[in-house]
Design a protein around this ligand. Structure first.
Ligand SMILES: CC(=O)N[C@H](C=O)[C@@H](O)[C@H](O)[C@H](O)CO
Ligand SMILES: CC(=O)C(=O)O
Length: 288
């Protein structure tokens, strides 16, 4: 389960319906062009928190059908509706997903006991493994090193997708949990995380920029930091423009420039203005 995983985008049509043909094209682009080691399905980048349970299942099904066993698959099943998480955990496990992941429960201020119960309930309900999805800037949930230690007491909880810029915590985690899988979650900080010895990364920008991410990651692991830094600089020129223009919308527009029917984002996310579509086209030509 080590390596680079794309946080998979989903193609929606103008009415917000899943575009299956487009989704399959995005998947193939990731397998054939960006060449990642696996896909992280129904995460933030899949617009997961704006879709129904049935739609989540449909996406799990289409992805597994298109990928078969070519790369590893992680199913994000987290939800503050725990019954939904359990249903999705069973569904994805039955489909043959290699691991599950669940976002820390958000919106209500759940205490740690509740969070721990959530993870144990989900993963103990199925024959699978769990990767915690920690993304404090969106959820407001911070987990301390001692709390991670408590969660990791369950051997089925095998790692964490660490989407935070706290490199002190990441370093402590690496030292304390040498056998757990740590995945870097912020693509713009991939080099810094790789230097600290993460086991891989999970990122939205890998949908288009997976090859640069691979170079950064591999160069860092070989200790060729100067070269890796140059590619991180180039990557971050791209990511800065991306964040300024609208993250997911612009990624989709770039995919369209590469011939992939990536569609639109699900409302309430808005469409790009014509001007921003032009910016995205320029970015596609400049970086890819
Ligand atoms: C919220 C979100 O999409 N986070 C992703 C992974 O956690 C990242 O891949 C970022 O999109 C990326 O690093 C740009 O900030
Ligand atoms: C990694 C990320 O962006 C996701 O959860 O989709």
């Amino acid at each position: 389960m080590k390596g680079l995983f794309t946080a998979l985008m989903v193609s929606y049509d103008k009415d917000g319906e899943i575009n299956e043909k487009g989704l399959r094209e995005i998947i193939r682009y990731n397998l054939d062009v960006t060449k990642v080691d696996g896909l992280y399905v129904n995460g933030s980048t899949g617009e997961n928190f704006m879709i129904s349970t049935e739609e989540k299942k449909e996406i799990f099904r289409i992805v597994k059908d298109e990928v078969k066993d070519r790369v590893k698959l992680i199913a994000q099943v987290g939800s503050i509706n725990l019954k939904e998480s359990l249903e999705l955990a069973k569904y994805a496990t039955d489909l043959g997903y290699d691991a599950l992941s669940a976002v820390t429960p958000f919106y209500y201020k759940f205490d740690f006991e509740e969070i721990k119960n959530y993870y144990n309930t989900i993963i103990n309900s199925v024959d699978n493994k769990m990767i915690i999805y920690s993304i404090p800037f969106l959820t407001g949930v911070n987990i301390s090193i001692d709390q991670f230690a408590e969660l990791f007491e369950n051997e089925k909880i095998i790692g964490v997708k660490f989407t935070a810029g706290d490199f002190y915590l990441l370093e402590r985690m690496r030292k304390t949990f040498p056998d757990k899988l740590l995945y870097a979650g912020f693509d713009e900080m991939l080099l810094s995380a790789a230097v600290l010895g993460v086991d891989g990364a999970i990122g939205s920008t890998f949908n288009v920029n997976g090859q640069r991410a691979r170079e950064i990651y591999e160069l860092a692991n070989k200790g060729e930091i100067t070269k890796a830094r140059e590619i991180q600089h180039e990557t971050n020129d791209f990511i800065t423009e991306l964040l300024n223009n609208g993250l997911y919308q612009t990624l989709k527009e770039i995919l369209k420039e590469k011939g992939v029917d990536a569609g639109y984002c699900r409302q309430p996310m808005k469409e790009l203005t014509e001007e921003k579509v032009e910016v995205a086209k320029t970015m596609a030509a400049k970086y890819f």
